[in-house]
Design a protein around this ligand. Structure first.
Ligand SMILES: Cc1ncc(C[n+]2csc(CCOP(=O)(O)OP(=O)(O)O)c2C)c(N)n1
Ligand SMILES: [Mg+2]
Length: 300
């Protein structure tokens, strides 16, 4: 079970600009259909390293990109990072090739699914140790911002388990102390591989970030809520946003233990229908599916 969630949808969809809403949905579809193709390739034994899929969690990166891409932020994500790369405009051929370990991949085929790296979009690949992207990203931000009047934004993404690492907590404190322009995101799927939060800790990461003096917020992965929070928090950095989400597949690989507690894809489509965007949404989804099938066609 995921952590206790009271409201699955925010009711904010009708308040958002329709162009931004559709841009978010397009990114969401691109991640989902890209990863369905990864699943096909993995299940055919074409990929010989672990893959870390974001299926179920796509609303996080797709919503953040719509609101924050304009800042051209440096991005430090962790092992589950295809979504951030796709949402922030990473080259899709290079992502496919990285997952296939080809020299034409975005990390020259040496990182694989867990280390998606692209200087072109200011995204720095993960090294495999949970949470290290947090102190590294904070150090990067300090190096970019220590001179007066300089503002170079960063987004640092961690999982709910990585948030427990001691070096993450120290880095959060330092970022708060130095008032660095960083938005910290916790993709809270309630799981460390298979272990739920309730057996790992009895404290909340937002309480820790708040105690350091950061602005904090917590939400479920409704995209309109994420976009609203990201917009507000980006005026008040450093800030920490914890997002409850539901991963559909195993920690690594493509297996599943049955349907997740909720599938954000279905919930968003209902909202899009309610605000009169059903036709546009269907067209976007079909295009995205075709685009990703075409992208992988020669490899499968
Ligand atoms: C320091 C360290 N300890 C343990 C591991 C093994 N490990 C890899 S991912 C993972 C769980 C990560 O959970 P979370 O940060 O919540 O991200 P999620 O996989 O849920 O997206 C663990 C225990 C590791 N890579 N690094
Ligand atoms: Mg987790």
């Amino acid at each position: 079970m995921r952590s206790e969630i009271k409201e699955l949808t925010s009711g904010l969809s009708h308040k958002w600009d329709k162009t931004e809403t559709l841009a978010m949905f397009e990114k969401f579809c691109d991640i989902r259909y890209f990863e369905y193709e990864v699943k096909k390739a993995y299940d055919k034994d074409i990929i010989h390293m672990p893959v870390y899929l974001s299926i179920g969690q796509e609303a996080i990166s797709s919503s953040l990109a719509v609101v924050l891409k304009k800042f051209n932020p440096a991005i430090f994500a962790q092992h589950r990072a295809h979504g951030m790369y796709i949402s922030f405009g990473g080259n899709l051929d290079e992502l496919r090739d990285e997952i296939l370990h080809k020299g034409t991949g975005c990390a020259k085929g040496m990182g694989g699914s867990a280390s998606i790296h692209s200087p072109a979009i200011r995204m720095y690949g993960h090294d495999g140790l949970m949470g290290t992207q947090v102190p590294i990203g904070v150090g990067h931000s300090y190096s970019q911002n220590y001179k007066a009047n300089k503002k170079d934004y960063s987004i640092i993404v961690m999982g709910d388990a990585s948030a427990e690492e001691d070096y993450v907590l120290g880095a959060l404190g330092y970022a708060a102390h130095k008032k660095l322009p960083i938005l910290f995101i916790c993709e809270d799927n309630n799981l460390s591989i298979l272990t739920e939060i309730k057996v790992r800790r009895n404290w909340k990461i937002v309480d820790v970030a708040k105690s350091f003096g950061m602005t904090v917020a917590e939400t479920v992965d409704d995209p309109w809520s994420i976009m609203s929070h990201a917009k507000n928090l980006s005026n008040n950095l450093p800030a920490f946003l914890n997002i409850h989400t539901a991963r559909s597949v195993w920690h690594a690989g493509t297996g599943s233990d049955g349907p997740p507690e909720w599938d954000r894809f279905d919930l968003i489509k209902k909202d899009l229908d309610n605000i009169g965007l059903k036709k546009e949404a269907e067209e976007i989804e079909n295009n995205s599916k075709e685009k990703m099938e075409e992208l992988w066609k020669t490899q499968l």
